[in-house]
Design a protein around this ligand. Structure first.
Ligand code: SF4
Ligand code: SF4
Length: 526
C-alpha cells in the first residue's frame, strides 16, 4: 500500500510507557462483511447503559411504543436517554439480569415486538446542521442517547461541552485481540464516519481531525483514506499507529498522537484535544442525517467457540443467544462467554442477557483455550507486571494491598488510575488474575464510599430532625411565654378596671348619701 501525505504522521509519533504486542486473532471475524440480525420477539432494554446516573423511565407497562421512541430520559447531566429499538408494547418494567461485571440485575424495560417497524416521526437535519449552534447539536446528540461506543459509554454530548478545541482525534485503534467491530465499520462506512467527525468538529470548532488506526488494519486505512481524498477539505488526516496494546486507551492514544500526557485527574481538553471513537462518530452521523437515536450498534461475535464469527449490526436489547444463533451457534467445544475482549472483558453467566450500548464484542472461548485463568501460583516478585503497565503503576504492590484489603495503601498507590488493561495479568508467570483483584478492590472501595455517604446522609437527616424538634420546643416555649405575659397584662388591666369600678361605685354611694342627707335637711326646714 502506498502511503499518502496524511499517512506519514507515524514518523512523528510518541510512545507510551509499557504495553504489549499480542497475537491479534482478528482475521477470524472479518471474513464476511457486517450482517444484520433479524428482529426477535422480545427486547430487554436496561435503563443503565452508560456512565452516570440511571435514566428516568417515561413509559408504563401496557403502553404501545414506536421504534426510536424515548423510553427513559437522562437522569441528570451525566446520564443518557434510552430508546425503543422496535415498535411494540411494553410488557413489563422490572429487574432483569444485565451484562455487568457485578453480575447483578438492573431495571429494564421489556418490549414485545409487533414487527410493524413503525418509527416515531423524524425530522433529520441533513446538511443544514451547519446552520445550527453547538448547543442545538449537542442537544440532539443528548436526546439521541449517544454514548462513547469504544466501551467507555460516557455521554458524548457532555464530552463536547468545551469549544474551540484544536484537534479532534477519532479513535480507530481497536487494540484488543479478537475485536473487529470498528475495523469493519471503517472498512464499510468510512464516509459516514467522516460525516460524524465533521459534525463533532463543527460543534467544538476543531481545526483538524486526526483518525488514528493501528497498522494491522490495512483495509480500514485504505477506506478511510479514500473517503478523506473525496472530502478534499484538508480537515482530516490519518495517523497510522503501531499495533501495541493498549494504544486504544484514550490517554495512551493522546500520548502517541500529540506526544503529551494528560495529567492525572485532568481532561484531554486541557491539551486542546477531544477524543471520540469512530463508532460514536458514526452514531452522531445517523442522529443528524436520519434523526435516528442510538438503538443499534456493530458488535463482533467471535472466538473459536462460535461457528461463524463475524460482525453484526444488532438492535440494543436483543438477546445474546439470538446473536450467537445468527452466527451459526456454539461449537461443540465452546466454553466461556465473555463480553469484550480477552484483556478487558468479563465473563457472563448466561447468554439470555441483552446486547447493550457498551457491547463491542461477544467472545466465545473453547475448553482448550485459557483466556481467563482461574487458578494461580503465588507472586514471585519478578517485576514483569511493572514493566508493561502503561500507567506506571506497581501492579504487584496493588495485588498485595488488594489481597490484604488495605484500602489506604491501595488509594496511595493510585488504584483508581488503573485502566484495567490487563497487561500485568497477561505477562504474570504466576497467572495471577490481577485485574480481577483490582476490580474487586475498586468495587469494595466504591461500596464503602456509598455506605459512608449514606451514613453521612442518615446522620445529617438525624441532626436535622433533632434541630427541628429543638426549634419546635423553643417555639412552643416562646409561645407559652408570650401567652403568660399577655395574661399578666390582661390581669393587671382587669385589676385596674376593678379598682376604678370600686372608686366609681364608692363615689356614687357617697353622692347618694349626700343627696339623702340634703333631702332630710330640707324636710326638717319645711
Ligand atoms: S508479574 Fe506476577 S509474579 Fe511477577 S511480580 Fe507481578 S504479580 Fe508477582
Ligand atoms: S491492569 Fe492496571 S495495573 Fe495492570 S497493567 Fe493495566 S493499568 Fe497497569
Amino acid at each position: 500500500m502506498n502511503l499518502t501525505k496524511s499517512q506519514t504522521a507515524e514518523e512523528s509519533l510518541a510512545a507510551f510507557d509499557g504495553g504489549l504486542k499480542l497475537v491479534s486473532y482478528k482475521s477470524i471475524s472479518t471474513r464476511t462483511t457486517i450482517t444484520a440480525i433479524a428482529q426477535s420477539k422480545q427486547y430487554i432494554v436496561p435503563l443503565q447503559q452508560h456512565i452516570g446516573v440511571i435514566s428516568q423511565v417515561l413509559v408504563k407497562p401496557g403502553e404501545k411504543v414506536l421504534k426510536g421512541q424515548m423510553l427513559a430520559k437522562p437522569g441528570n447531566l451525566i446520564s443518557a436517554a434510552i430508546h425503543s429499538p422496535v415498535s411494540g408494547t411494553i410488557t413489563d418494567i422490572t429487574q432483569h439480569d444485565v451484562p455487568h461485571i457485578s453480575g447483578l440485575a438492573d431495571q429494564c424495560v421489556i418490549i414485545e415486538n409487533d414487527f410493524n417497524d413503525e418509527w416515531i416521526k423524524r425530522q433529520p437535519l441533513g446538511d443544514d446542521y451547519n446552520q445550527k449552534s453547538s448547543q442545538d447539536l449537542r442537544k440532539i446528540i443528548r436526546d439521541s442517547g449517544i454514548v462513547g461506543l469504544g466501551g467507555a459509554t460516557f455521554p458524548s454530548s457532555v464530552k463536547q461541552t468545551e469549544i474551540n478545541i484544536k484537534t479532534l482525534i477519532l479513535n480507530g485503534a481497536e487494540c484488543e485481540p479478537y475485536i473487529t467491530c470498528d475495523d469493519a465499520l471503517m472498512r464499510e462506512r468510512a464516509q459516514e464516519i467522516l460525516s460524524g467527525a465533521d459534525i463533532i468538529g463543527h460543534i467544538i470548532k476543531a481545526r483538524q481531525c486526526i483518525i488514528a488506526i493501528e497498522d494491522n488494519k490495512p483495509e480500514a486505512i485504505k477506506a478511510i483514506q479514500s473517503a478523506i481524498d473525496q472530502d478534499g477539505t484538508g480537515f482530516f488526516q490519518i495517523s497510522i499507529i503501531p499495533t501495541i496494546y493498549p494504544s486504544g486507551g484514550e490517554k495512551q492514544l493522546i500520548k502517541i498522537i500529540t506526544g503529551k500526557e494528560v495529567p492525572k485527574s485532568r481532561y484531554p481538553a486541557e491539551l486542546d484535544v477531544l477524543c471520540h471513537n469512530v463508532a460514536t462518530a458514526y452514531a452522531i452521523h445517523r442522529a443528524i442525517y436520519f434523526a435516528e437515536p442510538l438503538i443499534s450498534r456493530i458488535t463482533t461475535i467471535t472466538g473459536h467457540g462460535v461457528s461463524q464469527p463475524q460482525n453484526v449490526e444488532v438492535l440494543i436489547g436483543t438477546s445474546m443467544k439470538h446473536c450467537i444463533e445468527h452466527c451459526g451457534g456454539y461449537t461443540d467445544d465452546s466454553a466461556e462467554l465473555i463480553m469484550g475482549g480477552p484483556m478487558m472483558g468479563f465473563s457472563l453467566s448466561s447468554d439470555t442477557l441483552p446486547i447493550v450500548k457498551a457491547c463491542n464484542c461477544l467472545l466465545i472461548t473453547t475448553k482448550t483455550e485459557d483466556i481467563q485463568k482461574e487458578k494461580h501460583l503465588p507472586c514471585i516478585r519478578c517485576g514483569k507486571c511493572v514493566e508493561v503497565c502503561p500507567v506506571r503503576l506497581l501492579p504487584q504492590q496493588l495485588y498485595w494491598y488488594a489481597s490484604s484489603k488495605n484500602i489506604d495503601r491501595l488509594v496511595e498507590h493510585n488504584l483508581f488510575d488503573c485502566i484495567e488493561c490487563g497487561c500485568c495479568a497477561y505477562v504474570c508467570p504466576s497467572d495471577i488474575p490481577l485485574v480481577q483483584y483490582y476490580r474487586y478492590a475498586k468495587t469494595t472501595i466504591w461500596q464503602q464510599e456509598r455506605e459512608r455517604k449514606s451514613s453521612d446522609i442518615s446522620r445529617l437527616r438525624y441532626e436535622a430532625h433533632q434541630q427541628r424538634i429543638e426549634k419546635q420546643k423553643r417555639e412552643r416555649e416562646e409561645k407559652l411565654r408570650k401567652k403568660r405575659e399577655m395574661l399578666k397584662i390582661k390581669n393587671a388591666d382587669s385589676d385596674k378596671n376593678s379598682e376604678q369600678t370600686a372608686i366609681t361605685e364608692a363615689l356614687a354611694r357617697a353622692q347618694e348619701k349626700k343627696a339623702e342627707r340634703l333631702k332630710e335637711k330640707n324636710k326638717e326646714t319645711d
